[in-house]
Design a protein around this ligand. Structure first.
Ligand code: PEP
Ligand code: MG
Length: 317
């Protein structure tokens, strides 16, 4: 099976009815770019930058170290686009023992991801400058995690402008970036208008979107049976986000686990999704599903799935 799949590496991901689909890789370290290329990814849809920061006992990578790491990922992708997500620490991704042990009752609802970055603006600007500088070496998109409020959006965008101004003042070289937001908090999915106004692209993080929509801790084994990607509420948020982006010609992808699960490929295609980002190991399996799918014919079926009381039953998963 692997051998047969491997032959699909250079086959473009196009549905039976001629719809082009973008299959991107999620990576955690610059050297993962290699696996992404090997798997035939047409870019990196999610570079989880937090892995450069974790387990360092409070010692943060400085601008130069970050710049070199991002540049390595960008160069590793040989001209293909790389979406670098700003730091997403806290909850399931503690920075260090200190953050792990911090006695917050609800760490997933606490000071994490963009909230943490906005509370440490100097650290955040250091990361932003490093990303902007790496963008001089290839196509870079900048992705903001866990953002929900209009004030957070405006603060983030003005810090990006500030970081550019700092580089201008220093006379440093940097490149253009598209700026996007993760849709992973239900409030974001329900206030898309604001997100569509400010961002160049959106990326749906189903892992957290499921956790927050269903109030199920994604790392708590005792409620894992209730962590359900097929809950109609989850599918509704995903479906509406995709269709609204398509209506407004805004680039949208899914970068949560759902994108790499072949059981969901047909559904997501039927909902209009044309960009999937996943672990490199899943790319060929998902591509096989894409090649066998007729996107137009999946549309009415996908609507039926989303509107049903028990989507998993209708999908047959
Ligand atoms: C997600 O939440 O779906 C996502 C892609 O981000 P992470 O899994 O890193 O939280
Ligand atoms: Mg997430």
């Amino acid at each position: 099976e692997r051998g047969r799949l491997n032959r699909l590496r250079h086959t473009p991901a196009v549905t039976l009815d001629g719809q082009k689909v973008e299959l991107l890789a999620n990576i955690e370290l610059p050297e993962d770019a290699n696996a992404a290329l090997q798997a035939g990814a047409v870019g990196v849809g999610l570079f989880r930058s937090e892995f450069l920061f974790m387990g360092r006992h409070g010692d943060m990578p400085d601008e130069e170290e970050q710049y070199l790491a991002y540049k390595r990922a960008v160069e590793g992708m040989e001209g293909l686009p790389v979406t670098i997500r700003t730091l997403d620490v806290g909850a399931d991704k503690p920075l260090d023992e200190l953050q792990r042990d911090a006695a917050h009752l609800n760490p997933a609802l606490g000071l994490r991801a963009i909230r943490w970055s906005l509370s440490e603006p100097e650290m955040f600007r250091t990361q932003l400058r490093a990303i902007l500088r790496a963008a001089a070496h290839g196509r870079v998109n900048l992705l903001v995690p866990m953002i929900a409020h209009a004030t957070e959006i405006r603060q983030t965008l003005s810090l990006i402008d500030f970081a550019r101004a700092e580089l201008d003042n220093r006379g440093d070289v940097y490149g253009p970036v598209q700026v996007g937001a993760m849709i992973e908090i239900p409030a974001a999915a329900l206030s898309l208008r604001t997100f569509l106004k400010y961002f160049d692209f959106l990326s749906i993080g189903t892992n957290d979107l499921i956790q927050y929509t269903l109030a199920i801790d994604r790392s708590d084994e005792s409620v894992a049976h209730l962590y359900d990607p097929c809950h109609p509420a989850v599918l509704r948020l995903v479906a509406d986000t995709i269709s609204e982006c398509r209506r407004q010609n805004k680039a949208v992808s899914v970068c949560g686990e759902m994108a790499g699960d072949p059981q969901f490929t047909r559904l997501l295609l039927g909902l209009g999704l044309r960009s999937f980002s996943m672990h490199p190991a899943q790319i060929l399996t998902v591509k096989q599903q894409v090649l066998r799918a007729d996107a137009a014919r999946l549309e009415p079926w996908a609507r039926e799935v989303v509107d049903s009381e028990d989507p998993a039953l209708v999908m047959g998963v």
